[in-house]
Design a protein. Sequence first.
Length: 305
Amino acid sequence: MILELDVRQLPPREKHPTIFSKFDNLGNGEAIIILNDHDPRPLYYQMLADRGNCFEWEYLKEGPDEWVVKIIKREKTIGEIAASDLRKAKIFMKYGIDFCCGGKKSLKEACDEIGVDYYKLNEELKRSNKGDPELDFNSMPLYELTQYIVNKHHQYIKQNQDILVELTEKVKERHSDKHPELKEVYHSFMSLINELHKHLMKEENILFPYIESLSSGKSVSTPFGTLENPIRVMFYEHDVAGDLIKKIREHSNQYQIPEDACGSYSTLYQLLKEFDEDLMLHIHLENNILFPRSIELENQLKNSK
């Protein structure tokens, strides 16, 4: 459906509220065509601020007497929702929604997939707008964002991997006779640590230094051509890590501590759950914010030459 709206005869104070009302009633993929007597660019910025990146903007006619703009409504993906505010990412984590590796789905698709009430979750996401915002990763300089990821999430893995490897092996040896699923938890976690070890080295030694050079405006030759090539590999490796984490969740019954669990058993599941949550935020920052912004910057620098 395409709705046409001529706002030339409306009082100025009524134009934007009228357009917003019509836009909000559009379905996903539907469009509205605005006819105006001047460039409606201020509307674009207000929509971006108030509604977020959930629309496509196309000029059909640009003056001098008549301006015509087509606005297509599109539903944000859960990755885009999470990228807009870390508070929303934490709500997704609470409901078990995969917003990093599975971030291309719509909110409705993600809810239907795991049986979460779409309307209830949507209301909770809206309420999360109140209060102090989290760090704004979308405007943080890229070199700061890479350092944030290394100092917070890479270091977290390095500081916790040894104790978790030791603990998973210890609990497996002592309790796998009654809880055979611990063998699968152990093998999946060991595979995950091996994957992450190689992955972090690639990021810290190759990918992140290149992104930081882009952030400073420097032109650096690379053996991998365009940035999209190594990032494609990173996406794949994130999917592998995500699949291993899902296996750990399944075999541990979502980190549900059994009644006969000893102190080490309980501690293991608590630490694995914390490791899982940190890794999901880690992958989210890269998949949904760092990598798209880096590719966009590289293209901008190439086009400016």
